[in-house]
Structures are given as structure tokens and as C-alpha cells.
Design a protein around this ligand. Structure first.
Ligand code: ZN
Length: 391
């Protein structure tokens, strides 16, 4: 099935040396090929460790341990160096190893050299600002810089070699990080549209009430003046997260997010209006009576496709409400063999995942293979490379 693995390109990809087309091909392959993804994850981890090397000071206990080791060897007479010079030699060795790793990562041959940690910005309309400076046509957005548009200006950002982000009018964004293992933007206010062709979890957007993690996709994200957000996904998947609260939003679906609460429950945008209004009450309303009435409406109105919402709700409601949600999903799409009522009600993650696999076919009717492949790639990455692989 996979004519050519991309493992020889991992290093070039991580250094941002692949052309956009090759970079896109690499990402698509990584999403669907477990073998290459496994190697990519390992190398990514190695790079992350290398990134941290200069920041980590060796604890005193390490040196005490080395001194103790040297002390025991001294009596064997194998080494005539003084204790101090041997410690110095070992320390130098550690520094060389650390230095090599850092050089490999940030070295002069790398396009990710510290001096180049910026994104290219292009003005699409008017005169957007970087800091207090107006952009005429093109400019560099460095880590820490704010990019701001007014009512008459728009801009486009090239996100390293992995995608692009359009910045609408009246929007404020800041570049927080750009590195082979993580690209991160902050959206303080306004609206942006992202198109990303990267392996999952490489591109993030921080908002005041949630973090959007890209899983290979296209989406728009809006933040209003109160910090409330709306995510709408056009292709692939996006995860919206805040601490332990997480919403998985596929193509055709949307998800709201509020300060102090985090991400709400994802819903398909073609769901009935009454279903969506009721969901908003469940997610963000504090009044218990209002919430109870809302759950009635939702269960009544839910179509097979709306099991996306109901599946997420299982973990977000309790007691009798959870039983009712379970029963409604089971009536729409029965659980597969081995997935029991008891298991689902106690939120057994494996059973929830197995049911989700079956539910997904009703989320993407017409056997749309693209979101399916991306979704599976995502779930494998999210849950560990091996656990989710189909038997
Ligand atoms: Zn492969």
C-alpha cells in the first residue's frame, strides 16, 4: 500500500528543509503509515530533549556520584589522572554530547537556526501592524511579536513549511514558538483561518479559553472581546483542549469555548437548531432545571450523526443523565460486541474508543475516506502509537 516510506526524509523534515510539496507528501504519509510515524515520533522526542539540554543543569547528586565512582576506580590504579581532572574530562564529555545535539538541531546548516525563528507575513489588504510598525507588503514575524489588523487590513502568515494562516480584520495574534517539534500562535481576539499539512500535534493556537491542536486539517477559529471562542473545522480533525477537558472536532463540526469553562461539546453544524441551542445550555448553563430540560430536547432531536455530540457527553454528565445518553446512542447505533452498558457507564476508555470507531461511520456518511484516515491517524497518535492500531 505504501509505495515508498518517508523515513529517509525525517531529518530533513524536522529541519524544515523539504519543499512545501514534499513536506505535504511527508505529512500525509506520516498520518497514514504507522511505521514511519513511530520513527518520526522517536526523532521528534529526541529533538525535544536536545532542545532542553542547554537549560538543564546537572544536579549536585550527579557530580557526587561521579566523584564516588572515580574514588572506587582510583584504588585500582587504572587511571593516573588526578580526581579533579577526571571530573573535568567527564564534564567536558557531557558538554560535547549536549553541544553536538544542539548543534545538530540549531546548527548553521539548519534553517531553524535561532536567528531564523520567524514566519513570513504578507499583507493582503490595508496596512497590518507588527508591533507598532506597519507592513507594506512583506515582513518577518519573530517569536514574541504581535501581528494586528484593523477594520481595513488583513494578512497571511506562512507557517514555516507546514501551512498558512489567514488573519481577518480586527484580529490580534502573537507568535509564541516556531520549532520543528512545535509551532504555536496565540489568538487574543478576532478571526483566523488555518490550513495545515503537518503530522498531528505540531501546530497549536492558544486562545483565552482553550488550546486548538491541529491534527492535519483546515479550520477557522474566532475569539470575541470576552475571550469566548468558536472553532469550525472544514477538513480533518482539531482537538480543543483545556486541562483535562478535551473535544475532538471533525470536518463539518464546530465547538464553542468559554472562559472559566473551556471547550464545550462538539456538534455537527447541520444539526437541528433546537439541538444546538439545548447543547449550549448543557455546556454553559448553571441552572440545573434548564440543563435537565435541555437534555430532553437533545436526546429527542439527535440523529445518528449527532452521536458525535452524545459520545462526548457521556463523560460530561453523570448518574441517570449518563444512562439516558447511553440508551439514546445505543438506540441510534448499537455498541459492538464486547462493549457493555456497564463498561460505558463507568467510562472504560477502551470500550468508549471501540464504540467510537463504529459511530464514526455515521459521522462521515458516504464513506468519505479522507477524514477517516486522518481520524484514525490522530487517534493512534493521541492514544500512543501502538494501542489504537487495528488488529
Ligand atoms: Zn511509511
Amino acid at each position: 500500500m505504501f509505495a515508498k516510506h518517508v523515513t529517509p526524509d525525517i531529518s530533513a523534515y524536522c529541519h524544515g528543509e523539504l519543499a512545501p510539496e514534499a513536506s505535504r507528501h511527508f505529512a500525509e504519509h506520516i498520518i497514514s503509515c504507522a511505521k514511519c510515524r513511530g520513527e518520526f515520533e522517536e526523532i521528534k522526542l529526541g529533538i525535544k530533549l536536545a532542545e532542553q539540554l542547554p537549560l538543564v543543569a546537572a544536579p549536585q547528586s550527579l557530580w557526587t556520584g561521579i566523584e564516588a565512582q572515580l574514588g572506587t576506580h582510583r584504588s585500582s590504579g587504572l587511571n593516573r589522572w588526578s580526581r579533579q581532572s577526571r571530573i573535568a574530562a567527564i564534564a567536558a564529555g557531557l558538554l560535547v554530547v549536549g553541544g553536538l545535539a544542539v548543534w545538530w538541531f540549531w546548527g548553521p546548516g539548519s534553517k531553524n537556526h535561532l536567528a531564523n525563528r520567524s514566519w513570513q507575513v504578507q499583507s493582503l489588504n490595508g496596512a497590518p501592524l507588527i508591533g507598532k510598525k506597519k507592513i507594506a507588503a512583506q515582513a518577518q514575524l519573530n517569536v514574541g511579536d504581535w501581528l494586528e489588523t484593523d477594520a481595513n487590513s488583513r494578512a497571511q502568515i506562512a507557517v514555516s513549511s507546514i501551512g498558512k494562516v489567514d488573519i481577518d480584520e480586527n484580529t490580534r495574534v502573537r507568535l509564541l514558538e516556531t520549532a520543528p517539534t512545535e509551532h504555536r500562535l496565540e489568538l487574543a481576539r478576532g478571526k483566523m483561518s488555518a490550513t495545515i499539512w503537518a503530522p498531528p500535534r505540531l501546530f497549536f493556537v492558544d486562545t483565552p479559553s482553550a488550546v486548538a491542536a491541529d491534527l492535519g486539517c483546515a479550520y477557522t477559529l474566532e475569539v470575541d472581546d470576552h475571550g469566548a471562542g468558536l472553532l469550525r473545522v472544514t477538513t480533518g480533525w482539531v482537538a480543543l483542549e483545556l486541562k483535562d477537558r478535551e473535544s475532538m472536532v471533525p470536518a463539518g463540526a464546530a465547538c464553542e469555548t468559554r472562559p472559566g469553562v473551556g471547550p464545550g461539546t462538539p456538534y455537527f453544524e447541520d444539526a437541528p437548531r433546537s439541538f444546538r441551542t439545548a447543547l449550549e445550555a448543557i455546556d454553559f448553563e448553571h441552572d440545573a432545571a434548564a440543563r435537565a430540560g435541555a437534555l430532553d430536547v437533545m436526546l429527542n432531536q439527535a440523529r445518528a450523526r449527532d452521536t458525535l455530540t452524545l459520545w462526548h457527553l457521556l463523560a460530561r454528565v453523570e448518574g441517570e443523565d449518563r444512562v439516558r445518553v447511553y440508551e439514546r446512542i445505543a438506540a441510534l447505533v448499537p455498541p459492538p460486541a464486547g462493549v457493555t452498558r456497564e463498561g460505558v457507564l463507568r467510562l472504560d476508555q477502551q470500550m468508549l474508543d471501540r464504540w467510537k470507531d463504529v459511530l464514526e461511520s455515521s459521522w462521515f456518511p458516504g464513506a468519505n475516506i479522507v477524514p477517516k484516515v486522518v481520524a484514525e491517524g490522530f487517534w493512534r497518535v493521541k492514544n500512543g502509537v501502538t494501542r489504537r492500531l487495528k488488529q
